[in-house]
Design a protein around this ligand. Structure first.
Ligand code: DGL
Length: 273
């Protein structure tokens, strides 16, 4: 059984999950957090759900090996592919994410909602169920945005080129008259400035990261795993890609230097370098 002083584990295909990490760190400053970026397999959104499920299982096993008392799947694609199987297979609480269709439905006035996410997220059962449950009486327009994840990984967040690339993806949704845009991929909050410029003030943007952080807190509380308030939490970062590259984008997105450690995949398992 994990203890209160064990870390929170968070993973994503890359740096996108840092949008969730920063909210968790803000809300729960005493908690230690171990973050895992599967940079070697990025982008998950272009892979099959089976592949992403296998990666998610390997990473969760690794994070539990690092002592994780809860694992946060800070990736909509991995949640779509693996949330149910992770919960079945592992004995600790698993917090996942899904595109925030429900809050978007209560917010829209035009009855037209746009959702941007990866191709794989839209293929998952999780998204279909969301639309069936909450999408009655509204139009939901979906758009996969290949290339935006890579932009964030490269640190191209603002400026003319970033806005142009974002605009090319969003134009078809804006033409439909959406007034709410759901960010269904954890990389996209880092493009917020460009997104806001492109959609203008008439479209509300929903980023679920804060809500996920609150859910992490609730899950820890209800399992008696919330750390007592003493001292600041410690953070560490693992990547299956190039640690130096991860360090520079980590610095850009969070202002932190690490520590960043490299890991490798072998036979479906993750081990430290
Ligand atoms: N950040 C991930 C998500 O929330 C996906 C990125 C990728 O395609 O690897 O869906």
């Amino acid at each position: 059984m994990p203890f209160k002083d064990n870390p929170i584990g968070i993973f994503d295909s890359g740096v996108g999950g840092l949008s969730v990490w920063r909210e968790v760190a803000r809300l729960l400053p005493c908690e230690d957090i171990v973050y895992f970026a599967d940079s070697a397999h990025l982008p998950y959104g272009e892979r099959s759900l089976e592949e992403v499920r296998a990666f998610s299982e390997g990473i969760t096993e690794f994070l539990i090996g690092e002592g994780a008392k809860v694992v946060v799947v800070a990736c909509n694609t991995a949640s779509a592919a693996a949330l149910y199987s992770l919960r079945e297979r592992f004995p600790i609480p698993i917090v996942g994410m899904e595109p925030a269709v429900k809050p978007a439905v209560s917010l829209t006035k035009s009855g037209r909602i746009g959702v941007i996410a990866t191709k794989a997220t839209f293929q998952g059962l999780l998204f279909q169920r969301l639309v069936e449950r909450f999408g009655q009486g509204v139009e939901i327009y979906t758009k996969a945005c290949p290339g935006l994840v890579e932009m964030v990984e490269e640190g191209l967040l603002n400026g003319k080129e970033a806005e142009e690339r974002v605009k090319a993806h969003l134009e078809p949704l804006l033409e439909k008259g959406i007034d709410v845009l759901v960010l269904g991929c954890t990389h996209y909050p880092f493009l917020r400035e460009s997104l806001e410029k492109v959609v203008g003030p008439g479209v509300s943007i929903i980023d679920p990261s804060e809500a996920v952080a609150r859910q992490v807190k609730r899950v820890l509380e209800s399992n008696g795993l919330l750390r007592e308030e003493r001292g600041k939490g410690r953070y560490s970062f693992f990547t299956s890609g190039e640690p130096e590259r991860f360090r520079s984008i980590l610095r850009l997105l969070t202002g932190l230097e690490g520590p960043v450690f490299g890991v490798r995949w072998e036979g479906g398992k993750v081990s430290k370098l």
